[in-house]
Design a protein around this ligand. Sequence first.
Ligand SMILES: *Cc1c(COP(=O)(O)O)cnc(C)c1O
Length: 373
Amino acid sequence: MTSIAFIDLAAQRHRLGDRIERAIAKVISHGHYIMGPEVAVLERRLAEFANVPFCVSCANGTDALLLALMAKGIGPGDAVLVPTFTFAATAEVVALVGATPVFLDVIEGSYNLDPAGIECGVAVARRRGLTPRAIIPVDLFGQPADYEQIGQAAKAHGLLLIADAAQSFGASYRGRKVGSLGDIATTSFFPAKPLGCYGDGGAIFVKDEELASVLASLRVHGQGSDKYDNVRIGINGRLDTIQAAVLIEKLAIFPEEIEARQRVAAAYSEGLAGWAKVPRVSDGTTSVWAQYTVRIPKRDAAAAQLKAAGVPTAIYYPKPLHQQTAYRKYPVAGNGLPVAERLAREVLSLPMHPYLDGPTQSRIIEAVRKAIV
Ligand SMILES: *Cc1c(COP(=O)(O)O)cnc(C)c1O
């Protein structure tokens, strides 16, 4: 039997034919490798796609979060609320700017930040003498967090709302596209994300021009209008022109890929409901299915059996951040974060990409059913 890919980037490349090679060749021939014309074109198209006034591209999704915190002057003495069940970058950037991450628990069905923990997170921060400044919900596995509830609580506590949309670009929430949710939204174009480039890439979405220009300055060492008079401390955080050229081509087929992802996810949910706990998408919300993640009580045994059957799986995430070595010293909102701790023991992500064909997916579903009993 042919081996199954967890994410089949080769199938997408095949579909695009030589479009990407030609786009890259064009950059090589014009020679503007840094901030070439493709970068501005991509930023315009991404802003249009997400229905947001401004998009500032950058080197990766981690820098996108870092730049957002830097632009808002978040630093020592400040607290930023983050979910514990996420990729490390969400909390890492908070610590990098000298602020304190406060970890919150998540909701079982959606895997996303539980708004009920915000009040407690703010109180925990205050007790430590910190100023709660921001909250970073994560749209885990491609589904937007509950922005309405989180937004209300953020407003009540004067928190800036930064959406970590690294996994969810292309999804929507109550008629609004990801990118327009929150005060600032950030995303990643790491190759395995729903919209990925051929290396590292990221973007920040904002509604006001002043903030967009501060972000654009910060990503080039804090440069001012005279490029040798730096007006603030920044980073080298630009997106390469070649990656912008790749993304322009991939964005053109992204809407169709999103539909294909949704078909694949629907087939999994139909085939596995009653066998495993399948992910729940909230009313009025769409997911781009960065991952299709089920919950299985004897997860490790099932994963081993699937591996033997030639079905690759992954565990996102085996350890919540508040239990990881570098993050143990930071406060948690509550007496432990039990939902995230249980999810870490039960989650299993299945092969997921827009080019997963019906027969292969049936084979995966069959293998999962067998591995569970
Ligand atoms: C991938 C990811 C990031 C970081 O993006 P990079 O482009 O890899 O730096 C941040 N947050 C979440 C939730 C992610 O999944």
